[in-house]
Design a protein around this ligand. Structure first.
Ligand code: IVH
Length: 719
């Protein structure tokens, strides 16, 4: 038969068409729904072409459920609004387990199952499903054939998008039932998998088109495409989750290929769990992660499990949906104005949200690196309100093509620092100005520098107040000198008022002056001065780290301090014998060069001199060397001379002026050891306020207990 043949189709052609439709539909179901391909692609293509040719020769053989009919011919002019046979409700949300429990309490109440006082709440089996972050669809089947697909709309009326939905390969055009009911309403979620979304956006970018904000927006935009061929190319997917059947319908009573021997149709479901099986048997893709949950504890475990589990899924989810399993109980529970009482969406905190850019700010860090920061209208993300996000550097800023007044998409996942992931350029106000990094430092006005091949833009003025503030914050931070009571706000005041122009200046502050500052009392001023004094005995590696030399983090500082037990030795090596520095395990040429630069800078040499005059010894104490596996022993004091050599200390509670690490540093500098638990071998327990079980234990073992004054007395050089 040729493609030009007209006339009625001969019998063999008709039966071959039926056969081909069956083969191709089964193969497509295996591929798209079961994710278990049964047919080689070339075989599928050959059979598909055969059917296509047959249908071209005999157009009367074209059936609406033919695989060739997924993509309709001509684009639509627009969409028509249709009324849903059964309204599409939405879901109430719970944002934490307490709200889930409150929902469950309300459910028990309407079902008249409230527990007697003190009795545990009765367990009602529930189904846990993933809340797919896509777009709800209502599919209508009549006598087994897909006749209509609509968007949710306002829940009562939606837009008719049948031609588009027919292109979704996992939506069956015909139900796999021998005796399909008169009608079936199926609800589920259309979605675009993450990988497909990325490919779509990459292609749009290459064509200079506006990007979609997220897979859900891309999916919604696609479903409203007038040309089904575009929809087909976007490869949407669909998970079915709800089923409505005519009242009283039972399998075997509907219209269909009666009389033919067929596998039995599944029974009418009496539970949500059965509905999911029914949908699967009818040919739908059902999300495989649904679970039957016997009680509320199981629901909570399901929610917690998927909080992390969902990250590995190839599509977006924004929570779990919990549904009462028993359909009769669902009926009994009924609905509120807009949502069923028998179901609840338990949502994970959003990790990505749009917001409006208010300002491009610039942060100057302690190394002078200028970081562009977006300030925007606050949005709740991953459990916190977020209003600032990093833009990383000038390159990233240019890549985002940020303009004043832009709508941006911000992401914050768990512990991750918020960042701007996308700009919705289609929402940009007309004539908006493109945003760039400034040419001069926003803090000191000096010209910014960007070196060849470097991503960072820097302020290189070492007396820039922003750099100074950063350097001070770093010096007093936990891993460095660990000075309590000197926060960012106070540092800002000290720098702004010109009271502190270098790290050394901190040690010249007196309590009376500090007490005159905003939010400082006499007592906290005194404590701060004491803490600063105490910080002078922090170990050498902490001081080295605190200097904030580029590339010298905590780990490198320890390695360097061990190999070069004093600032003088390190400076000498940095200047003249960098090979001694790079010989240290883990230290490379870049670090050596950075040290060389740092020690060669006059301002830094001055700082070291000032610190020494203020009482810092910038040298490893005997304890440090011992702890580091033994140094050359050529420091100012050898281990034998150390007053606390061989003694073990345990610290507990809060001391009046020393922080834990300062007390430890003092003890170690004097050759003592600090351990975590009290035993008979412990020499002293140093106890402060709110000392706990360690103090009790010391008393019961008869170990000597000291307060801070007692410790200081021990540390005084003996007579
Ligand atoms: S059931 C009457 N199950 O969430 C119950 N909805 O926030 C109707 N959704 O409009 C919904 N996954 O678009 C249900 N497993 C799931 C779902 C789900 C995602 C969507 C659906 C609904 C929205 C409500």
């Amino acid at each position: 038969m040729g493609p030009d043949g007209g006339g009625p189709a001969p019998g063999p052609a008709r039966s071959r068409a039926v056969e081909l439709r069956g083969l191709l539909s089964r193969a497509a179901h295996a591929y798209y729904v079961l994710d278990a391909p049964e047919m080689e692609d070339p075989v599928y293509d050959r059979l598909y072409r055969e059917l296509l040719e047959l249908e071209q020769a005999h157009p009367e053989l074209i059936a609406p459920d033919s695989p060739t009919q997924r993509v309709g011919g001509t684009p639509a002019e627009g969409f028509t609004s249709v009324e849903h046979r059964i309204g599409l409700l939405s879901l109430d949300n719970a944002f934490n387990l307490a709200e889930l429990e409150a929902w469950y309490g309300r459910l028990l109440k309407v079902l008249d199952r409230e527990p007697a006082e003190d009795a545990p709440p009765p367990a009602l089996p529930m189904v846990g499903e993933l809340k797919i972050d896509g777009n709800a669809l209502a599919l209508s089947y009549e006598r087994g054939l897909l006749v209509r697909a609509a968007t949710r709309g306002d829940g009562e009326r939606g837009e008719e998008i049948t031609a588009n939905v027919r292109t979704i390969q996992s939506v069956p055009l015909r139900l796999q039932l021998a005796h399909p009911p008169e009608w079936v309403e199926v609800r589920g979620e259309a979605l675009i998998p993450d990988a497909t979304f990325a490919a779509i956006n990459a292609e749009r970018q290459s064509r200079g088109e506006a990007l979609f904000a997220n897979p859900r927006n891309a999916c919604a935009g696609t479903l409203r495409q007038l040309d089904p061929r575009v929809v087909a190319a976007r490869r949407l997917d669909f998970f079915a989750y709800t089923l409505h059947l005519p009242d009283g319908w039972q399998p075997g009573h509907g219209a269909g290929a009666a009389g033919k021997a067929q596998p039995a149709d599944p029974a009418r479901p009496t539970s949500q769990w059965d509905s999911l099986s029914w949908l699967q048997a009818a040919g739908f893709k059902v999300n495989p992660n649904a679970a039957l949950l016997p009680d509320l504890a199981a629901v909570e475990a399901f929610f917690t499990h998927w909080d992390t589990g969902r990250r590995a899924l190839p599509y977006a989810t924004d929570g779990v949906v919990v549904k009462l399993n028993d359909l009769r109980l669902q009926d009994a529970a009924g609905f509120t104005q807009k949502a069923p009482r028998w179901a609840i969406a338990l949502k994970y905190p959003a990790e990505e949200a749009p917001s409006k850019l208010l300002r491009l700010a610039c942060q100057v860090g302690r190394t002078g690196v200028v970081t562009p920061v977006a300030e925007f209208e606050p949005v709740p993300l991953a459990g916190t309100s977020v209003s600032r996000a990093t833009l990383h550097n000038a390159d990233r800023l240019a890549e985002l093509d940020l303009h004043a007044g832009d709508t941006i998409v911000v992401r914050k996942a768990g512990e991750i620092i918020p960042e701007v992931v996308r700009v919705l350029s289609e929402l940009r106000p007309a004539g908006a100005r493109r945003l760039e990094l400034p040419h001069v430092c926003p803090e000191c006005g000096s010209e910014l520098v960007r070196e060849e091949g470097e991503a960072a833009t820097r302020c290189v003025n070492s007396s820039c107040p922003a750099i100074l503030r950063g350097a001070l914050r770093h010096w007093v931070s936990k891993g460095a000198l660990d000075v309590d009571g000197l926060g960012a706000k106070l540092i800002e005041q000290l720098v702004d008022r010109g009271l502190v122009a270098s790290i050394a200046d901190l040690y010249r502050l007196d309590a009376a002056l500090l007490a005159s500052l905003e939010r400082m009392g006499a007592r906290s001023a005194e404590k701060l001065v004491a803490a600063l004094v105490a910080s002078k005995v922090q170990p050498w590696h902490r001081q080295l780290y605190g200097l904030g030399i580029h590339h010298v983090g905590e780990v490198n500082a320890k390695a360097l301090a061990r190999a070069f037990p004093s600032a003088a030795e390190l400076a000498t090596a940095a200047e003249g014998t960098p090979e001694l520095i790079t010989a240290v395990y883990g230290i490379g040429g870049e670090i050596a060069q950075s040290l060389q630069q740092w020690f060669a800078t006059p301002a830094n040499q001055q700082l070291l001199g000032q610190l020494e005059r203020l009482g810092f010894c910038l040298t490893a104490g005997p304890g440090e060397l011992a702890a580091a596996g033994g140094g050359p022993g050529n420091g100012p004091g050898s281990a034998e001379a150390a007053p606390l050599a061989g003694q073990t200390f345990v610290l507990t509670g809060t001391l009046p002026s020393l922080s834990r690490s300062q007390a430890q540093a003092l003890i170690e500098a004097a050759g003592g050891k600090v351990t975590g638990s009290v035993s008979k071998k412990t020499s002293y327990v140093v106890a402060g306020e709110e000392a706990g079980s360690k103090l009790t234990k010391a008393e019961s073992l008869g170990v000597a207990v000291l307060d801070e004054a007692g410790l200081r007395a021990l540390l005084e050089p003996g007579p």
